[in-house]
Design a protein around this ligand. Structure first.
Ligand SMILES: Cc1cc2nc3c(=O)[nH]c(=O)nc-3n(C[C@H](O)[C@H](O)[C@H](O)COP(=O)(O)OP(=O)(O)OC[C@H]3O[C@@H](n4cnc5c(N)ncnc54)[C@H](O)[C@@H]3O)c2cc1C
Length: 411
């Protein structure tokens, strides 16, 4: 019997891990991306395997905080008002998901995935050796003043309820752990047991290589259209039509463009984020988050990366130099030893208004599956999403409750 042929569209970390698990379980798998695997959002992020990050950006306090956040040029949030006006319904739905009850629901739903995130990666890592690119020094978050710390204490209650272990540290304890930091912060907290990567591109490359070595196929092409019908799904790329038994859409922030072609509409937008890469090595031991501006400092093989912040401005606008300059200045405040900037980067977090991903089978087409919308934690959730997609394509019920991620919530 010929193996069913599955196309995975999008070779970010979610698509690569999905292709990896599907191929392992015996499907013929073609992974398609218009770029090299792992080179878009999954390349430039803050590198934390953030199993602890169950609390979404949505929060009851956001209503009060947005005006002051927008007035601060060194704050975590920037907004292009023209984009927001054009996409008012996304902003409105996002704010509707800021009540205490919704935040509890989002956090506990994300925790179902996050609590299975490490173990799912470890399944891949037992087969694909990436130990050179993983460090177990736990992520630290710094608070610039007592108010910021008190806000974090409130969200810690939700995290702890979902099983996250946190250690509060004094300024003195932090300076002993990270002696190169300038003492410009109030205190901080450590996410116990967390780990990070020093080279996300190499991790994507290694998982991708394993997929190819096991018979997986890669096409570097742009998918123009998807045409599902009862028996097969047709994809248009290379100016030709290709037939598959099933298609998995993992195209990150661009997924909506594809799903629209066959009438599945999702309110997907992007939370843009930046990184600034400095020509420094061995300054810090662990990812260090900074509450004032919403980014992490992390030591990578290619230099020291300051990555994060949120900008609501859509997929098309070019890099906003004011944001990278701000990240550079704030990073230098924390680490005055920073040398020259080597490069800057803009990435596109795929975000739905309820900060939950879409993982599941299309309600309209039984041979279309989705894995996108992982907002701030897509790097962390790559492997677990791949495992769930594999269960669904095998007609098995996943061992995680995926009801909250159902595409049906938008129909
Ligand atoms: C500044 C920043 C910091 C972050 N920090 C962290 C962190 O520390 N930890 C964490 O867990 N997450 C983090 N994230 C989030 C994380 O990076 C993303 O959620 C994740 O990378 C999304 O992966 P993805 O595979 O869905 O999308 P992507 O990596 O963007 O991949 C989607 C792929 O689809 C392809 N594609 C799109 N349309 C088509 C088409 N029509 N045809 C063919 N190919 C197509 C694209 O070329 C792309 O390669 C951060 C994000 C940012 C921006």
């Amino acid at each position: 019997m010929t193996k069913p042929h599955i196309a995975v569209v999008g070779a970010g970390i979610v698509g690569i891990c999905s292709a990896y698990f599907l191929n392992k379980s015996g499907f013929k798998v073609t992974l398609i991306d218009r770029n090299e695997p792992g080179t878009m959002t999954s390349y430039g992020h803050a590198c934390t395997f953030a199993d602890y990050a169950s609390v979404p950006v949505n929060s009851p306090e956001l209503f009060k905080e947005i005006p002051s956040m927008l007035l601060k040029s060194d704050g975590p949030l920037a907004v292009d008002f023209f984009h927001v006006i054009k996409n008012l319904s996304w902003a409105y739905k996002f704010l509707q998901n800021c009540t205490a009850n919704k935040v509890e629901h989002i956090s506990s739903s994300l925790s179902n995935l996050l609590n299975n995130a490490s173990v799912s990666y470890d399944e891949i890592f037992s087969d694909v050796n990436v130990s050179n690119y993983i460090k177990n020094e736990e992520a630290l978050y710094l608070y610039q003043n007592v108010n910021e710390f008190l806000k974090a204490k409130k969200t810690n209650i939700i995290r702890e309820k979902n099983g996250v272990q946190i250690r509060i540290l004094s300024k003195k304890e932090i300076l002993e752990m990270e002696p190169n930091l300038a003492p410009v912060f109030y205190n901080g907290q450590l996410f116990v047991g967390s780990r990070h990567t020093t080279n996300p591109q190499e991790i994507s490359n290694k998982i991708f290589e394993s997929f190819i070595n096991n018979g997986g196929i890669f096409h570097k092409k742009s998918v123009k259209n998807i045409f599902p019908d009862d028996e097969v799904v047709k994809l248009n790329y290379e100016e030709a039509t290709h037939k598959f038994d099933k298609v998995v859409v993992c195209a990150g922030a661009w997924s909506k463009v594809l799903t629209k072609t066959f009438g599945d509409n999702f309110p997907l937008d992007t939370e843009r984020g930046y990184h600034v890469l400095f020509d420094n090595y061995n300054l810090i031991n662990r990812p260090i988050g900074w509450s004032q501006s919403g980014f992490y400092l992390v030591q990578l093989e290619e230099g020291l990366r300051a990555a994060g912040t949120v900008e609501i401005a859509g997929l098309k606008k070019p890099e906003n130099k004011k944001r990278t300059k701000m990240i550079e200045m704030q990073a230098r405040k924390l680490l005055p030893q920073l040398k020259d900037v080597k490069s800057t980067w803009l990435g596109f977090r795929p975000t739905l208004p309820d900060s939950l991903p879409v993982i599941g089978q299309s309600a309209k087409y039984k041979n279309i599956f989705y894995g996108f919308g992982h907002q701030h934690i897509g790097w962390t959730l790559g492997a677990v999403t791949g495992k769930v997609i594999n269960s669904l394509c095998n007609d098995r019920v996943p061992n995680i409750n995926i009801e909250p991620f159902s595409p049906k919530r938008f129909y």
